[in-house]
Design a protein around this ligand. Structure first.
Ligand code: 13P
Length: 253
């Protein structure tokens, strides 16, 4: 099965309001007429509304970088799935390595959020990936499996078919060190195997797996050519409209 590629930009905590709007306006122009690929940007939450207005009528979708699993209530500082939908989000990144490692999120936390995202109608982009120490200790498969099965516990096949998984080796994030085609290909193929064992081949065939970690306009084509790599979750290179547009184009060429 040929899965439709999906390229998403994770802007992290890196733009001002005017930079966010300018960036998405330039991107919108740069990808006008590009077809055959899903694309999204994930700005800082406070600028979701502004970016949402700027992408109206374009093929650039909106995603958030995180959310809380509760629907409403006394959770100071948090945002619900309904709030993200309300400002026009279609996607939400969950369990990004920075949230796991800097902010202490567990697989159980991520799993609660995945359930809440589906309940509200958001598509989760669930991140998994090993640290350098874990890779060097030959624990990559175990860690990725723990994160995949733990984050998707209780998710049924219909929901799983919609989920997007992002494999982001922590050692490749923001470092300029990209996983080799062999390294990424191996983990993506293992993930497809986990999906098949848990949900069966028909569902596993539909799940898109993005690669993330130092993806650039120069290395995107090579990574995206791998059969189990269905897109990219891009950090630094998504902060420039021209480089991000090149990565999007690489997914369809
Ligand atoms: P970089 O592309 O900057 O390495 O970041 C990857 C990432 O964490 C995307 O979520």
């Amino acid at each position: 099965m040929v899965r439709r590629p999906f390229i998403a930009g994770n802007w992290k905590m890196n733009t001002t309001r005017s930079e966010a709007v300018q960036l998405v306006e330039a991107l919108r122009e740069a990808v006008a007429g590009v077809d055959g690929v899903d694309m999204a940007v994930c700005p800082p939450s406070v600028y979701l509304d502004a970016v949402s207005a700027a992408v109206q009528g374009s093929s650039v979708a909106l995603g958030a970088q995180n959310m809380y699993h509760q629907a409403k209530g006394a959770y100071t500082g948090e945002l619900s799935a309904a709030m993200l939908l309300d400002v026009g989000c279609r996607y939400v990144i969950l369990g990004h390595s920075e949230r796991r490692h800097v902010l202490g999120e567990s697989n159980e936390d991520v799993c609660r959020k995945v359930h809440a995202a589906f309940a509200a109608g958001l598509t989760p982009i669930v991140c998994v990936g090993e640290t350098l120490d874990e890779r060097e200790a030959n624990k990559t498969t175990d860690i990725v499996a723990e994160q995949f099965f733990g984050s998707l516990a209780g998710i049924d096949g219909d929901q799983a078919a919609q989920v997007v998984i992002a494999y982001e080796p922590v050692w490749a994030i923001g470092t300029g060190v990209v996983a080799t085609v062999a390294q990424a290909g191996e983990v993506h193929a293992n993930l497809r195997g986990m999906m098949t064992s848990r949900y069966g081949a028909a569902v596993a065939d539909q799940i898109r797996i993005q690669y993330g970690g130092s993806v650039t306009a120069d290395n995107a084509a090579e990574l995206l050519a791998i059969s189990d790599i269905d897109g990219a979750l891009v950090g630094g290179a998504s902060l420039k409209a021209d480089s991000f547009a090149k990565i999007i184009r690489a997914a369809v060429s």
